[in-house]
Every structure is written in C-alpha cells, then in structure tokens.
Design a protein around this ligand. Structure first.
Ligand code: SAM
Ligand code: SF4
Length: 483
C-alpha cells in the first residue's frame, strides 16, 4: 500500500461534508463590512475585550480593519493589560528539537519539501537523539517541541519511540520534563498512542485557512494537499483524548487579516464542539528564507513588522486565554517589541537543523539541512538576561501538564484568571533552578533581583511562606519542586 492510500478512507469521510467551518466568502464579507471602522466602533469592541472574553468574528474584523493610529495605541495598551492579567509577568521558555527532515510532501515554502535537492536528508538515530537531548538539558532546557517531516520512516511508532527516548535521558541537572510535538495530522488511533507516551501539546499549523491558496501551495497528490484532513486534526486529537493542542498560521501565504479570522473560527469551532476547550496555544510564524526554496524568498503576502505587531495584539484581544508563541524565526528586535503585546511563550537557544545542537557545539555553525533560517540565534542565557531586563520572569514550568491540568481542567484555571496566581510561584521555582544550575554571573544577579521583586508581590498572601520555603530548598540543592 502506498503512503497516501493509507488515508483514502479517512479523506473520504471529510470529502462528504458539504462545507467545513471556514467560509472564505463570509470572512471576506465580515472584513469588508468593517472597512475603516469609526473610533466609536473600535472603542466598543475594546470595551468588551476588557472583560477578558473571546470576541466574535465581527468584532475581531473591526480591530483588524482599524487604521487609526490613536485607536491602534489603545489596542496595544489593552492587549498588554490583558496579557498581564491573564499571564502575569511570566514568559515561558522552550526549544525545538528537529528529529527528521525527511518528507513526502512538497509544500512550496518549506526547505524539507520532497523536491528540494539542496538539502541532504537526515533522521536522528536514537543515539544521536540522546546526544541532542543531553546538550539541551546541559544548556538549561526543560521544555521542547519535537519536529518531524511526514514520511513512512517517521511513522507513529517511531514518533512514540523518540518521545520515550527524550523523557528517558537524565543528566546531573535533570531532564526534559515536557515534550510537545509538531508533526503531521494523525488518525485517532495514532493520536491515542501519542497520548499514552505523555506528550505535552500537539501542534499542527493549518498554514493558510484560505482554501484556494492552500491548494496552490500544497500540491495535489500529497497528504498535505488535503485541506480538511488538516483542518479537522484537532477534532481527532480531542476524540483521542489529546486535549492540549496548538494551532497556527504560516504568515505570508495569504492576507494576514483573513488568516487571523481563520484562527478565530478554528478556536470557536473547537470551543463549541469540545466543552469550551479551544487551542492551548496559537503560533504565528512568518515565512523566512529556506535553502533551495525560491517561494520562501519572496512570499506574495509578506507581512510587514507593523502589521505583525497589530495581528499579535488583535489575537491577544480576541482570544485572551490562549497562549501566544513567538518563535526565533523573528529577529531579536522584533521579539522584544511584540512580547509586551501578548506573547506568552518563546523559544531560546534554538538550533533548527536535524542534529543542530551537536553540530553547533562542534563547529559553531548550523548544519546545511535546515527547514528555514532563524532570526534570533542568541544563546539561552542571553535571551534569559534580556527578558529579565524587560522585567519579565522566565519560566521553565511544566507543572500543569504533569499534574493533569490540561484541556477542560486547564481552561477552568485559565478562565478564572488564576493562571498567574498558580503559575507565578512555579515560574519562580523553575527560574531559581535555572539561575542555580546554568546562568552566567551577570544573568544570575539580574535574575535574583527579578525573583526578589516577584516574591515581594506575595508578602501578604497565604502562600508566601511556602514559596519562600521551596525557594530555599532549591538553593540547598533540591530540584523539581512545584505547586
Ligand atoms: N511536517 C509537519 C507539518 O508540516 O505540519 C510538521 C513540521 S513543519 C517542519 C513545522 C512548521 O514549520 C510548518 O507547519 C510551517 O508552518 C513552518 N514552516 C515551513 N516552512 C517555513 C518557512 N520557510 N519559514 C518559516 N516557517 C516555515
Ligand atoms: Fe514537509 Fe512539513 Fe515541510 Fe511541508 S512543512 S514539506 S509537510 S516538513
């Protein structure tokens, strides 16, 4: 049976649907209706957003179409305020781990696409994977996202083996405590296997929600060419019990305003069908140049920095409880500007080639088989230091997922605005570990000041003594304490 045949029955199920939950004409009608909204229209939407509730598509369209500079500033201010309310001053850190760049698909924008002759293909052996994980742990990483192409060589059993391997590696400083996954859409049966090996978030980006554009950039006859197989993959995940999911768009393929509406409709679809559980995270990578991939050099709908800022603020205002991830594809100065607008997670110390961590140690350079290029190549320590300079607290926390607070459980905690009460203490504990085990002297000094400032906020609270006691135990050498 060929690779694609395996999916024929599954595809047929979706082909029978009259329509899916993305209605291109309706989205454009909503955007067009809100062309140049008045200040009053925008203020009315912001008034609702202040309540920390998910916005309706018509409201999001108004924000997306606002071109008034004064109102834009008000949007930025409120986005910042909501982020502080829901997430506090935390920024969660992770790093990707590329397992394989072998891929049967031929996405026009991606360096891993099958017709790209400019890269040589590699899938990590278990020994090489172990080496990568060791290096990451020794650099201070606790959370990773494992990234795969889509190929018979990297089937679900291989993926599960790699997850088990990642969790099994222990060094003097600990282990990777949370492995998220970014791979192809899977069947329910395959997703159940992923659930059993204890993944964190299951991420699949739709890339573009616009049907025609999707067809143009994902050739027919490839698995990825099937729009609905991808669109409904988080439904299958929920069905399989994988309730911690990440969606995303690859910005640059189509109009950014349409894509934000697509993300919102996807969120609404999941919330309506799965007891209010929408995506845990939204990612919004912009296309960056990939070797041997002309499309990536000059994307037709390239998003300017100004529009990028705006789309992040609109997402924060529209889905206040969803984590927003800004990756190292963005250069440092852009990340610095957008973090205050609502970003809750960033990667740092990132190496994106397969075998990239070992290679960067050997030759201080990137391998030649990268999917795309990155904009922020700084070390984890220097990014941690910068986050401290911005008065945020870096978090390596993995407590919620390990305590089973995912899906409906997580949403209850998040929606009650307790995330920062709950998560801030855990951020402090994991940051303390980082400072003890990995930080340079300069980062350690800055970090200790941030810890003291944050601790001061708890002075009159019931858990002050317990946080202080746990911090002291970490200072004395204990690890992995959490609330
Ligand atoms: N192969 C799986 C898939 O396509 O879903 C998962 C991994 S793919 C390597 C991860 C993501 O990288 C894709 O979903 C896409 O959004 C992003 N990507 C691909 N090409 C890119 C480029 N040139 N610049 C930035 N991001 C890119
Ligand atoms: Fe393969 Fe994913 Fe790249 Fe497409 S985006 S070519 S599916 S690795």
């Amino acid at each position: 049976m060929n690779f694609l045949d395996k999916y024929a029955e599954e595809f047929a199920r979706y082909d029978q649907l009259d329509q899916d939950f993305i209605d291109d004409d309706k989205i454009w009608a909503q955007l067009n209706k809100s062309e140049n909204p008045s200040r009053e229209d925008v203020r009315q939407v912001l008034k609702k957003a202040e309540q920390c509730v998910r916005l309706d598509p018509e409201e999001t369209a108004i924000l997306l179409q606002n071109k008034d500079e004064t109102m834009l500033q008000e949007m930025f201010e409120l986005a910042h305020q909501l982020k502080e309310e829901v997430y506090g001053d935390r920024i969660v850190f992770f790093a990707p781990l590329y397992i394989s760049d072998e891929c049967a698909n031929n996405c026009l924008y991606c360096g891993f696409r099958s017709s790209n002759q400019a890269i040589h293909r590699k899938t990590l052996t278990m020994e090489e994977l172990e080496q990568e994980v060791r290096i990451m742990i020794e650099e201070g990483q606790k959370r990773t996202v494992l990234v795969y192409g889509e190929s018979p060589r990297t089937d679900i059993d291989f993926i599960c083996d790699t997850v088990r391997k990642v969790y099994s590696v222990k060094t003097e400083h600990g282990a990777i405590r949370r492995a998220n996954i970014n791979c192809a859409p899977l069947t329910v049966e395959e997703l159940k296997k992923l659930k059993d090996v204890g993944i964190g978030t299951y991420q699949v980006f739709q890339e573009t929600y616009h049907h025609d554009t999707y067809r143009q950039v994902h050739p027919e006859g490839t698995i990825k060419g099937h729009y609905r197989w991808r669109l409904y993959c988080m439904d299958r995940a929920q069905e399989a019990g994988v309730d911690d999911n990440g969606i995303g768009v690859l910005f640059g393929l189509y109009d950014w305003r349409f894509e934000v509406m697509g993300l919102l409709y996807h969120t609404i679809h999941l919330e309506e069908n799965f007891n209010g559980v929408g995506p845990h995270t939204i990612s919004f990578p912009r296309i960056t140049p990939a070797i041997g991939t002309p499309y990536s050099l000059n994307p037709r709908y390239a998003v300017s920095d100004a529009d990028f800022k705006k789309l992040i603020a609109v997402l924060r205002l529209s889905v206040p409880y969803t984590g927003l991830i800004c990756t190292a594809r963005e250069p440092d100065h852009v990340r610095k500007e957008v973090i205050p607008l609502g970003v809750s997670q960033i990667d740092a110390g990132t190496r994106i080639g397969v075998g990239g961590y070992a290679q960067s140690q050997k030759a201080n350079e990137m391998p030649d088989h990268e999917q795309f290029s990155i904009g922020d190549e700084r070390s984890l320590d220097s990014i941690v230091k910068e986050i401290c300079d911005m008065s945020y607290i870096p978090s390596f926390c993995t407590a919620c997922y390990r305590a089973g607070r995912t899906g409906e459980q997580f949403m209850k905690v998040a929606k009650a605005r307790f995330v920062h009460n709950f998560c801030l203490p855990n951020a402090m504990l994991t940051f303390k570990e980082y400072l003890q085990d990995y930080a340079s002297e300069e980062t350690r000094q800055k970090g200790e000041r941030i810890l003291q400032d944050n601790l001061a906020q708890f002075k009159d609270r019931a858990n002050y003594a317990e946080i202080t006691e746990k911090l002291n135990r970490i200072q004395e050498g204990e690890r992995d304490l959490r609330f």
